[in-house]
Every structure is written in C-alpha cells, then in structure tokens.
Write a protein that binds this ligand. Sequence first.
Ligand code: SIN
Ligand code: FE2
Length: 216
Amino acid sequence: MNLNLFDAEETHSWREELCPDAVVLRGFALAGEVDILSALEQVFSVAPLRHLVTPGGFRMSVAMSNCGTYGWVSDRTGYRYDTVDPDSGKPWPSMPALFSTLAADAATQAGFSDFKPDACLINRYAAGTRLSLHQDKDEQDFSQPIVSVSLGVPAIFLFGGTQRTDKTMRVKLTHGDVVVWGGAARLRYHGILPVKTDSHPLTGEYRINLTLRKAI
Ligand code: SIN
Ligand code: FE2
C-alpha cells in the first residue's frame, strides 16, 4: 500500500492506494459531516429508507434510498436505474449540491476529472448487516468512477478483482472515509462484511454509505 499526505481544501486527508485506479481518501468527508447528515434527513423524509427485494425474491438486509435524477432499484423483475421512487411514484429527491461537489472533488483527487454524478444510492447498515460481493455494472459508462462515502459505525470493505473468485483485500472504512474506484478498477468486485455492533455520535447504531455514480 502506498501512503501519502495531501491537503484537501482545509482538511488533511490520508490517501491510500488500493490498486491502480482505486484509492481511499481517509477523512475526506469529515468537514461536511453535519451538513451531509442533515441533507440525508431531508432525503429520507421524502424517500424513506426501505428494504428492497432481489430478483431472486430475498429481502435485502441493507436499507436503501436514493437521491439524484436516477435511483438504483431492485425488485422481482431485476436491477435498474429509475427516475421514479417505486414506493411513492414520485421522482427521487434531487441530489444536494454538497453531495455532487464532494463526489467531484474526491474523484478529481483520485485522478478522475469532470465527474458529474446523476445517482446517489444510500445504504444503511444495522449491526449484522452485510452486502455480498458484487460488481457495480448497471451504469452505462464504465469510464466514470464510483465514489463511496462512509459515515457512522465502521465496517470492513472487501475489495477484490474482476473475477468473483479473486482474492479480496479487507479495508476498514470509518466515518468520513471516501473510496474512489474507476478506470482499470471500475469493475472490481466489492462488498461489506457483517457490520459489528457499535455506535457513533452522529448516526447512532448505523453505518451509512453513499455511492455516487454516473448512471446514464
Ligand atoms: C455498495 O457497493 O453499493 C456500497 C459499498 C459500501 O457500503 O461501502
Ligand atoms: Fe457496489
């Protein structure tokens, strides 16, 4: 692993390269923590967190919502991006400017300029909740990176290769960490190990993750 320190605006962040085109920006979202969480409360008041059903008929243990033009949804018919929240029939709440700016800045730090996310998936993990190994491949343009913001209770992020059976790295992600992967790393498998019981002053017993994508 390659470590070096840089100045991100007024914050000091550690940058950890996971592999070519994938980096953890430690603490990158810390300066915005309060504003991000209050923007999330607004989103949840319009598009409440819910447990989606997989195409195979299983209820996902992670609670999800979205903001932005497109929201990621799953149901018995498959996975897709949709402009409408299936629970309300209304468009997803718009993406707070803070989220798009943070994501674009993080992407730039990671070497991906001009990132303009149009989708933000919000995942909430309670103790014991996991996200199994998967690729993010429902987006149209794989030249655009994924920006993932971790808040609240820590978790172990699994970061593998482009084959499901490839060896995975275990990366502990804590409050304020931002992971960016794109380019040669864009289709790497990743997931979250079961989250341990813990609490965080700003999120209580939960871990919250935002993944910002250019979906369409
Ligand atoms: C995801 O892969 O959609 C989320 C990853 C995470 O929660 O860190
Ligand atoms: Fe993912």
